[in-house]
Design a protein around this ligand. Structure first.
Ligand SMILES: C[S@@+](CC[C@H](N)C(=O)[O-])C[C@H]1O[C@@H](n2cnc3c(N)ncnc32)[C@H](O)[C@@H]1O
Length: 207
C-alpha cells in the first residue's frame, strides 16, 4: 500500500527532479539532437529529452515507457514544445512495433532500470533498421575500485527508493551483449553529481 502510493505520488516527481539537473541536461544536449528519422525513445519517462530534439531531422517520435504517471508529465512537455509523440505505455521487453521499423533508438538513464535486459535489448535490436543507430547516455559502474565498492553497498537500498534503478550496471557490456556494435563511446564522472551515480557513458552503436 505505502509502496504503491510512493510509486504513484512521489517517484514520478522525484525521477523528474533528479534527472533534470544541469549536468544531466548538458549530457542530453550531446546525444538527443543526433536522433533522426523515425525515433523510438525507450524509457521516455517525464519527457526530459523532448526539448532537445532537432525537429528538422525527425519524421516521427515514438515514446515508450511503462509508467502512466510519467506519461502524464511527458505529454505536457510534448504539448508545451509543440512536438507530436506517439506514446506506448509498455516496457521495452515487449515493443509493439514491426521488425526493422525505426531509424533511431534513443535511450537515456533507462538501462539502469529495465528489469529484463536480455529481452529488452533483443526487442530493440529487432525493431531497429539494419542501418539504424542506437544512441545512448546512461549512468553505470564507475572505473574506481573504492567507488565500485560503494556502488555495490548502496545499490540494493537505492533501487527501493528510485524505482528499481541500479547504480552499478556495466553499460558497455549490456549494449555489446545485446548484439550491438559500439561505434563511439565517451565516459566521465558528471560534475556536481555524487560519484556513485554520476559515472556516465554516452555514444552510439549499430547492429
Ligand atoms: C531514471 S528514469 C529516466 C527517464 C528518462 N529516460 C530520462 O532520461 O529522464 C528511468 C525510466 O525507465 C523507465 N522504465 C522502467 N522499466 C522499464 C522498462 N521495462 N522498459 C522501458 N522503460 C522502463 C521508467 O518508467 C523511467 O521512466
Amino acid at each position: 500500500m505505502i509502496k504503491a502510493l510512493y510509486e504513484k505520488l512521489v517517484l514520478p516527481k522525484l525521477c523528474d527532479k533528479c534527472c533534470g539537473t544541469k549536468p544531466i541536461n548538458y549530457q542530453r544536449n550531446k546525444v538527443v539532437p543526433l536522433a533522426k528519422g523515425v525515433v523510438l525513445e525507450v524509457g521516455v519517462g517525464s519527457g526530459l529529452n523532448i526539448p532537445f530534439y532537432n525537429k528538422n531531422n525527425i519524421e516521427k517520435i515514438i515514446g515508450l515507457d511503462p509508467s502512466e504517471e510519467l506519461n502524464v508529465l511527458a505529454k505536457k512537455v510534448a504539448d508545451d514544445n509543440g512536438i507530436q509523440i506517439d506514446f506506448l505505455i509498455n516496457g521495452a521487453e515487449d515493443i509493439i512495433l514491426p521488425d526493422n521499423s525505426v531509424d533511431t533508438i534513443l535511450i537515456t538513464y533507462t538501462l539502469c532500470t529495465i528489469p529484463d535486459l536480455n529481452k529488452s535489448m533483443s526487442e530493440m535490436k529487432r525493431v531497429l533498421k539494419s542501418d539504424g543507430k542506437f544512441i545512448f547516455c546512461e549512468h553505470g559502474i564507475a572505473p574506481d575500485k573504492n567507488i565500485i565498492n560503494w556502488q555495490r553497498r548502496i545499490n540494493p537500498i537505492w533501487g527501493i527508493f528510485f524505482g528499481g534503478c541500479n547504480i552499478n550496471r556495466n553499460i558497455p557490456k549490456i549494449i555489446s551483449d545485446g548484439g550491438f556494435n559500439i561505434t563511439n563511446i565517451n565516459q566521465m564522472y558528471l560534475p556536481s553529481t555524487p560519484k556513485i551515480v554520476g559515472y556516465n557513458y554516452w555514444g552510439e552503436a549499430n547492429i
